[in-house]
Design a protein around this ligand. Structure first.
Ligand code: PEP
Ligand code: MG
Length: 594
């Protein structure tokens, strides 16, 4: 048994067989051969290449079934590259010329291909080197006796057994393609707490641990794995007592979930009578039901870009209209805040291939600035949202607003599109509430000005923390520096709330922080009255809100604003929560299906 520690990003316990996705190379043993040995090495080479091709084709079919088309296409391209006659020709030439064994020859040929690609100035081509390394690993694997040849996908698992995915990294769109019925949990070497991959895992309620650093080599032969998404642990080949303990924990989580279901119909009100709006965040239409069942008063954030990520082309206006109207209708009159596209950075649609490669994508062409650069795409989405707004209580918000100019440009487009739709005879609400997400320090600092031009604010703490502390939210190497409780972040939140209060507009916190019980008192004390979160957090957040007092929250927040460090704030919050909650500290729960 081996226990590894990473970053817990999606709560829950998963126990099952592992499927390893490893795109790294393995090294080849070098042997000198005689002239008589050359034909034998040719034969070994032919066989290994042939088996590797079959293997890549099998991985393609399996990935199509379990992980979606993006991974499948990668393996399909690998199969074609393995079958390319120049690989066989160059490797044979090297065996003959240098009198080396076949594995050494093919490894050197592929090393040379990869190095040439890595040296390319075009980043798209340079990125292909990783594929060459994968092919190298796959072919070399077939020079070993079949019994101990490393499989490209870990142990053999039959195709309807649910599995645990262990990978170097998963992009948000790859994660969005995972089927929770087939993937019990996942763990990755890369990643951070507030990455979009983490957000999708939470949305799908798939337990996940990221940021483990290099571990796939140790995991390759593991028969069973436990993912502990509460404490950020991955346990390879757990022993019986550990398995028993985790089975018990999983059952306790379900019991806890059932114990909290009665809270769904009770109001989220503090002991001293302050009402708090608890909203759900959704990425997929299927999340509306869990939001409602768990007592959300509406959807505070609909991340519409997930409709684009796994598509082979941008959805048309009608397709978008259908998707948004279905979500709006399924809320049966409860309010929903639809966010316009937040594409770019780590959220690249598959139809863009490896996309626009930027040196600093998080500071680059993403979100609202990308939408403004592509007015046709943006207008199509605005038309679809405005049409869907006729079906219910819809509010619209722009992500990553950085300046007043940007907000005004977006509002101008919205006004134009509204006029167009009215002229075409559509019934469109001309007074649709429009909000700005505050997730860039510049917007927080200018919140007093922005507040005069919108109907509400929604604070995106995931990005606000990233940009305030200059810490990449997806990078495990700096994950320890990413902290919502940093006094610098708290001061910005306070500024935003004060600016909104001065204009009488509403503020919601819809980043991950808004669903974390540890931060509930702090946000209340800072003046936030609306919190939007993944549906699974709703019951526990309601329990916390109903157990605290606003005056206590206010004095805690005042104290936090004066502290020197995130660590001091966290220590204070933990102590306060432990003293306050009658039924023990915040815990985790799972719906019965998990
Ligand atoms: C945020 O940044 O906090 C937010 C809600 O937006 P996203 O996580 O989608 O970037
Ligand atoms: Mg954001």
């Amino acid at each position: 048994m081996k226990t590894l520690r990473g970053i817990a990003v999606s709560p829950g316990i998963a126990i099952g067989p592992a499927m390893v996705i490893d795109l790294r190379r393995v090294s080849a043993p070098r042997r000198s051969i005689t002239a008589e040995g050359v034909p034998g090495e040719f034969q070994r080479l032919d066989l290994a290449i042939c088996l590797a091709k079959v293997d890549a084709e099998a991985a393609e079919s399996e990935a199509r079934l379990r992980l979606g088309p993006q991974y499948a296409d990668i393996f399909g391209a690998h199969a074609r590259m393995i079958a390319d006659p120049s690989l066989l020709r160059d490797s044979r030439a090297r065996i003959e010329r240098e009198r080396v064994n076949a594995e050494q020859a093919v490894a050197e040929v592929l090393d040379a291909y990869a190095s040439r690609l890595e040296a390319m100035p075009d980043p798209h081509l340079a990125a292909r080197a990783a594929d060459v390394r994968d092919i190298q690993r796959r072919i070399l694997g077939h020079f070993q006796p079949a019994d101990d040849a490393p499989s490209p996908t870990g142990g053999t698992v039959d195709s309807d057994t649910p599995i645990i995915v262990l990978a170097a990294d998963l992009s948000p769109s790859e994660t969005a393609g995972l089927d929770p019925a087939l993937v019990l949990g996942f763990a990755t070497e890369a990643g951070g707490r507030a990455s979009h991959t983490a957000i999708v895992a939470e949305a799908l309620e798939i337990p996940a641990v990221v940021g483990l650093g290099r571990f796939l080599d140790q995991a390759r032969d593991a028969l069973a794995v436990i993912i502990d998404g509460d404490d950020g642990l991955v346990i390879l080949d757990p022993d019986e007592p550990t398995l028993d303990r985790y089975r018990r924990l999983a059952a306790e989580r379900v019991a806890r979930f059932q114990g909290l279901t009665n809270l769904a119909t009770l109001p989220a009100v503090t002991l001293d009578g302050c009402n708090v709006g608890l909203w759900g965040n959704i990425e997929f239409p299927a999340e509306v039901s869990p939001c409602l069942e768990r007592g959300a008063i509406g959807v505070g954030l609909y991340r519409t870009e997930f409709l684009f990520l796994n598509a082979d082309r941008p959805p048309t206006e009608d397709e978008q209209y259908e998707a948004y109207a279905t979500v709006v209708r399924s809320l049966k009159g409860q309010p929903i805040t639809i966010r316009t596209l937040d594409l770019g950075a780590d959220k690249l649609p598959s139809y863009q291939g490896r996309g626009l490669v930027e040196a600093n994508p998080v500071l680059g062409l993403r979100s609202l600035r990308l939408s403004l650069r592509e007015p046709a795409l943006f207008r199509t989405q605005l038309r679809a949202i405005l049409r869907a707004a006729a079906s219910g209580d819809v509010r619209l918000m722009f992500p990553l607003v950085t300046s007043l100019d940007e907000l005004r440009a977006a509002r101008r487009l919205l006004a134009e599109v509204t006029g167009e739709l009215l002229a075409e005879g559509h019934s469109v609400r001309s007074n649709l509430p429009v909000g700005a997400m505050i997730e860039v320090p510049a917007a927080a600092i200018m919140a007093d000005k922005l507040a005069k031009e919108v109907d509400f604010f929604s604070i995106g703490t995931n990005d606000l923390i990233q940009y305030t502390l200059a810490v990449d939210r997806t990078n495990e190497a700096v994950a320890d520096l990413y902290n919502a409780a940093d006094p610098a972040v708290l001061r910005l939140i306070k500024m935003v709330v004060s600016a909104a209060d001065a204009r009488g507009i509403e503020v919601t916190v819809c980043g991950t922080m808004g669903g974390e019980p540890l931060h509930a008192l702090l946000l209340l004390g800072l003046g936030v009255r609306n919190l939007s979160m993944p549906p699974h957090q709703l019951p526990e957040m309601k329990r916390v809100i109903r157990a605290v007092r606003l005056d206590q929250a206010r004095s805690l927040a005042a104290e936090a604003l004066g502290l020197d460090s995130a660590c001091a704030v966290v220590t204070m919050l933990r102590a306060a929560l432990e003293l306050t909650l009658p039924d023990g500290p915040p815990g985790q729960c799972s719906a019965p299906t998990r």
